[in-house]
Design a binder for this molecule. Structure first.
Ligand SMILES: Cc1cc2nc3c(=O)[nH]c(=O)nc-3n(C[C@H](O)[C@H](O)[C@H](O)COP(=O)(O)OP(=O)(O)OC[C@H]3O[C@@H](n4cnc5c(N)ncnc54)[C@H](O)[C@@H]3O)c2cc1C
Length: 309
């Protein structure tokens, strides 16, 4: 039985752990990865006090500090939360279960998936949701990027500096990215635009060999021979497994008050999983600290933390 379980080891969750551990609360962090979305940027220069550095480098520091104060990190995907007599039970996809007195939900956003055949099967083996992380694996190889927003367009441009060829598959014939960026895209000889088209199937045996795409107007299908597929169609929150306990808004984000309390006593939330505006690393970190202090107050019957100086 932990005092606190934090779901998610991004900026919010790791900061919350620093605070709960410094209050001597026995803390476990359950998370799919360590670092979260901040890992996806190779240059972060708006996290004050550290100077510019890569996202993974910054998050390594967060991790070191959380572990240094005593947090235990358990890898796994949470998919079940239940109320128990003494607190809460969190279930992981691998069947493990962990119990706690209080819960901090800080599991941010997850990349949106296409939901097509073989996409999940090849995730991490040719299918990726992070150009910045995985582009170097595709030096002189053929690749596809799916999407039409800034991250897809910028991803295609970044990939085109490394890969031999980049197909940019987009369901419309116009892009939501800035004009200047779109111009660069159209003038890049390594990039072929596959417009009005959607990906319908990932093809491969052990690794990705290609992607089937369908032209939405003509319904014609063709196979792009690629080794890597980058799905860059944004991020979503998945609060499906906690909605029986906490209130969410119309975007399914967990509603919190200004101190991170959710609608359920003993459950707190922080960072991108909440409706907090201007979703940024520094904001998630600040939210994590607030939720942790409020959690400590709750566990100590309202006596444990000074509200204001
Ligand atoms: C490409 C990119 C670039 C960015 N650049 C910047 C920037 O330069 N500056 C800036 O300030 N912000 C930037 N951001 C935004 C910033 O990264 C986010 O606001 C911040 O990461 C939010 O932190 P978080 O802890 O709330 O969530 P996240 O970072 O999303 O962390 C959530 C954690 O929860 C885990 N998780 C998810 N689901 C589950 C589950 N079911 N069970 C267990 N664990 C789970 C994840 O693995 C992850 O570790 C960028 C975001 C992206 C995508």
């Amino acid at each position: 039985m932990y005092d606190v379980i934090i779901v998610g080891a991004g900026a919010a969750g790791l900061t919350a752990a620093v605070y709960t551990c410094r209050k001597k609360l026995n803390t476990a962090i359950l998370s799919i990865d360590v670092g979260g979305q901040t890992n996806l940027t190779n240059h972060i220069e708006n996290y004050p006090g550290t100077g510019p550095m890569s996202g993974p480098e910054l998050m390594q520091r967060f991790q070191n500090e959380a572990i240094g104060f005593g947090a235990e990190i358990i890898m796994g995907k949470a998919n079940k939360v239940d109320k128990t007599e003494k607190g809460f039970k969190v279930g992981l996809a691998n069947g493990e279960e962990y119990e706690c007195k209080a819960l901090i939900l800080a599991y941010g956003k997850v990349p949106r998936s296409l939901g097509i055949e073989n996409e999940e099967k090849f995730f991490g083996r040719g299918v990726s949701t992070c150009v910045t992380c995985d582009a170097p694996l595709y030096k002189n190889r053929e690749t596809a990027v799916i999407g039409g927003g800034n991250s897809a367009v910028e991803g295609a441009l970044e990939l085109a500096t490394i890969a031999k060829k980049v197909y940019l598959v987009h369901r419309r014939d116009t892009f939501r990215a800035d004009e200047i960026t779109v111009e660069k895209l159209k003038n890049n000889p390594n990039i072929e635009l596959v417009l009005n088209s959607v990906g319908t199937k990932v093809i491969g045996d052990k690794n990705v060999d290609g992607m089937e795409v369908e032209n939405m107007a003509t319904k014609d299908r063709r196979t792009l021979k690629v080794d890597g597929i980058f799905i860059e169609i944004g991020y979503v929150v998945d609060t499906s497994f906690v909605q029986h306990l906490v209130k969410v808004n119309d975007k399914k984000e967990i509603i919190v008050d200004e101190r991170g309390n959710t609608s359920h006593p003993g459950i707190f939330a922080a960072g991108d999983i909440t409706p907090v505006p201007y979703k940024q690393t520094v904001i998630a970190a600040g939210d994590g600290s607030k939720a942790a202090l409020e959690c400590y107050r709750w566990l100590t019957g309202g006596k444990g933390a000074i509200l204001d100086w």
